[in-house]
Ligand binder design. Structure first.
Ligand SMILES: [Fe+2]
Length: 309
């Protein structure tokens, strides 16, 4: 595969998380993220963010953490060609028809990236078009050919994981930034500036999901969610800000299981065939995204929350 080839991956399709407190999570997903609860079996909560029957799944579990990441592929031919590429790269793959039915997709196979994240590649998601998506907060989301958003991981091993996404999955690099002794690479497979960010370096000895980003269609959706979080419904961990690379205006909020969500608007799209790799200067944001809580700002936010109540 040359760098001019398209990745067979369409985009990030779904995310599954194991959670201990399902009711707290449902409150967060609806009131802060503005996701629509979907039909769900016991001990599971599915959420919609567009015409797909679900995009986020929460599974009641004894331990918190990411369970799986679904990547949508364009065609059956691409799916099975990708399965062969991954197997040829030495990674075990497994087809599972029962799991495909559970995930409400046509065909699916699973594997793991070198950092140990469970990945599921699929075609044929169930959709409800033209059934409208109805957000409990009035939000709407940028999905379609950009996928449901992006993921950022702290990974170990770093190089091997980068090579898996770039050289096996066919993602291309948008940009790379060094932050101290660490590096972060942003990779994409569609018009979204990046579908995955990978951070590596001596400060990241273990793999962890850093954040999940979802993008709204209106800055007011971000502002209202920011207000809702500051009103005491969730902990804002980074203030409103704008990223230098994808131009996303966003804030970061902690979910009940501790996994951070980036809630954004206005991310730029790029033409991957015309794009040339850029290098950042170490600052991830043009303005804002100040850590809250760890550097004393938490006190003023806490005071504001007390004031509001
Ligand atoms: Fe992000």
């Amino acid at each position: 595969m040359t760098t001019s080839d398209h990745s067979p991956v369409l985009g990030l399709g779904y995310v599954g998380l194991d959670v201990r407190d399902l009711s707290a999570w449902i409150a967060f997903a609806t009131a802060v993220l503005g996701l629509q609860p979907a039909e769900s079996p016991a001990d599971t909560a599915y959420f919609k963010m567009d015409h797909y029957v679900w995009r986020l799944a929460l599974h009641l579990a004894d331990a918190e953490g990411p369970a799986y990441f679904g990547w949508e592929v364009r065609t059956e031919h691409d799916l099975y060609a990708l399965e062969k590429r991954i197997a040829d790269a030495g990674k075990p793959t497994a087809r599972d028809a029962a799991l495909a039915r559970e995930r409400r997709v046509l065909y699916l196979f699973s594997t793991a990236d070198p950092a140990g994240n469970r990945l599921e590649f699929y075609v044929g998601p169930q959709t409800e078009s033209p059934e409208p998506f109805l957000s409990p907060t009035g939000a709407s989301f940028v999905t379609g050919d950009q996928g449901m958003g992006h993921l950022t991981f702290e990974v170990n091993p770093y190089r091997e994981t980068v090579e898996f996404y770039r050289d096996v999955l066919g993602f291309t690099t948008s940009d790379i930034t060094s932050i101290g002794a660490s590096e972060v690479i942003f990779l994409g497979c569609n018009r979204r500036h990046h579908s995955i960010g990978l951070l590596g370096g001596p400060d990241f000895p273990a793999t962890a999901l850093h954040h999940v980003m979802v993008e709204t269609t209106n800055i007011d959706h971000v502002g209202r969610a920011y207000d809702t979080a500051l009103d005491g419904h969730a902990q804002v961990v980074q203030s409103l800000g704008r990223h230098w690379n994808d131009h996303m205006t966003s804030f970061y909020v902690k979910s009940p299981s501790g996994i951070t969500f980036e809630y954004g608007w206005g991310g730029r799209t790029i033409d991957r065939q015309q794009w040339s790799i850029e290098q950042g200067n170490g600052a991830t944001s043009i303005w804002g995204h100040r850590p809250i809580g760890a550097v004393g700002l938490g006190d003023s936010v806490g005071a504001a929350m007390v004031h509001r109540h």
